[in-house]
Design a protein around this ligand. Structure first.
Ligand SMILES: Cc1ncc(COP(=O)(O)O)c(C=O)c1O
Length: 433
């Protein structure tokens, strides 16, 4: 291990032991009595562990054939026994059996009453933002994913929904930014690309307490970076969880998708209305791919976390690197909160080059195993330059990112190979250690 902020190395196997509070991951916290599509509690899995739910929730063997996998249901329409008398499915935009299986499984992982799947993460976010009306106000993180900010700023802004970017780790700043018209607070933790951490439970108290104006708002948490394996925002007090399932839940860079989960049945109904009325639904095959990915989420995340911790240590000790942003480092300002509310620190690492943008571009060009590409959360390691790539849409906004910043999505390859690749790329701009 290296440096004062050193994390455990990947050799040690990461997160199986010590250092994290349990956070109620394996039991309790589930509501019951829901029998709609996308509800998991009818499967009687309340007491089962995360991995068991990932593999079995909503996925019992096919009643007709015994197939252990839920069938890929491609039909767009369903025979009705009489006018208005159908068997739960009418038309595939409204509901589809493969999508219902996915919604059930992911709801089980988030400890939600109901889940809803979408064609992309932004499609999911847009459905949630439809809960707002002209004249409403929302708080967004100062370092949100660029696409989220673009959606809020350039799509919803002109429609009359105002927003204020805030540092959500600063609860006084949150209190000061709340208005009587604030209906929603949007959080991302860890955030993209700065890996900032928000204390979800503390934020929920402020948001729901309506401390300033005496009226609560909804707390939405984008759980894409953490995944439900590492963090369960609903159990910590959030009202709604959103995901880009394109990332860790899918996990193999072969599907674009989104997901929304909540414990509030009435709110789920509202979002389900938007899901059907707007129509940003995923194809059955896309649902199948996310479902397959989610089954191995736990084992993949353990490896992502272990490799990322080792990468963060290596970066922290390299002279070309000015700053490493990884919540697993003891020096990270959100380290204590992350250790409390997460099972592990995740697979994303960002860092700032001492040589600024020129050095960042050179490193991004020089890695061999870390592929230069957008997106994140899949088995292969990726490197990207947020200022010119994922966050170029916010270049001239309050959310603009440092041009010297690089973001890594640390994959599940052999850890030593990843370290060697990064070291040779960094040595080009900072000399050997
Ligand atoms: C944190 C986060 N939320 C939402 C999204 C949007 O998801 P999608 O690309 O699936 O629309 C992304 C995409 O990168 C993201 O990183």
């Amino acid at each position: 291990m290296t440096g004062p902020g050193a994390t455990s190395g990947f050799e040690s196997g990461g997160f199986e032991s010590g250092g994290f509070e349990s956070g109620g991951f394996e039991s309790g916290g589930f509501e019951s009595g829901c029998f709609e599509s996308g509800c998991f509690d009818r499967w009687g899995l309340e007491g089962w562990g995360f991995e068991t739910r990932a593999i079995h929730a909503g996925q019992e063997p096919d009643r007709v054939t015994g197939a252990v996998l839920p069938p890929l249901s491609l039909a767009t329409t369903y025979a009705q026994d009489a006018v208005g008398a159908h068997r739960g499915y009418e038309y595939s935009r409204s509901a589809n059996p493969t999508r219902a299986t996915l919604e059930t499984a992911l709801a089980a992982l988030e400890g939600a009453r109901r889940g809803l799947a979408f064609a992309s993460g932004l499609g999911a976010e847009d459905a949630v933002l439809h809960l707002l009306r002209p004249g409403d106000h929302l708080l967004v993180p100062r370092d949100a994913y660029g696409g989220t900010y673009r959606l809020v700023d350039r799509v919803w802004g002109p429609l009359g929904v105002a927003h204020t970017p805030v540092d959500l780790a600063d609860l006084d700043a949150v209190r000061a930014a709340l208005r009587p018209s604030t209906r929603m607070v949007w959080a991302e933790t860890p955030s993209n690309p700065l890996l900032n951490i928000v204390d979800i439970a503390a934020l929920a108290e402020v948001v729901h307490g309506g401390v300033v104006h005496g009226q609560g708002a909804l707390l939405v948490v984008d759980n894409t970076f953490a995944t439900p394996y590492l963090q369960r925002p609903l159990a910590l007090g959030a009202d709604i969880v959103v995901h880009s399932t394109t990332k860790y839940l899918g996990g193999h860079s072969d599907v674009v998708g989104g997901f929304v989960a909540t414990r509030d049945g009435a709110r789920a109904d509202e979002i389900a209305f938007f899901q059907n009325a707007i129509g940003a639904v995923p194809s059955p095959f896309d649902c199948y791919l996310v479902l397959r990915g989610a089954k191995t989420l736990a084992v993949r995340m353990d490896r992502h976390c272990g490799n990322a911790a080792a990468v963060a240590d290596r970066l922290a000790s390299h002279p070309a690197v000015g700053r490493v942003l990884y919540p697993g480092l003891a020096t990270h300002p959100g380290h204590q909160v992350a250790a409390r509310q997460m099972r592990g620190f995740g697979g994303m690492v960002s860092f700032v080059l001492r040589g600024g943008e020129t050095a960042a571009l050179e490193v991004a060009r020089s890695t061999e195993l870390f592929t230069l590409a957008e997106s994140l959360g899949a088995v292969e390691s990726l490197i990207e330059h947020p200022h010119r790539m994922t966050h170029s849409s916010v270049a001239d906004s309050p959310l603009a990112v440092d041009p010297g910043l690089l973001r890594l999505s640390v994959g599940i390859e052999t850890g030593a190979d990843l370290l060697a690749d990064l070291t040779q790329a960094l040595d080009r701009v900072g000399g050997p250690r």
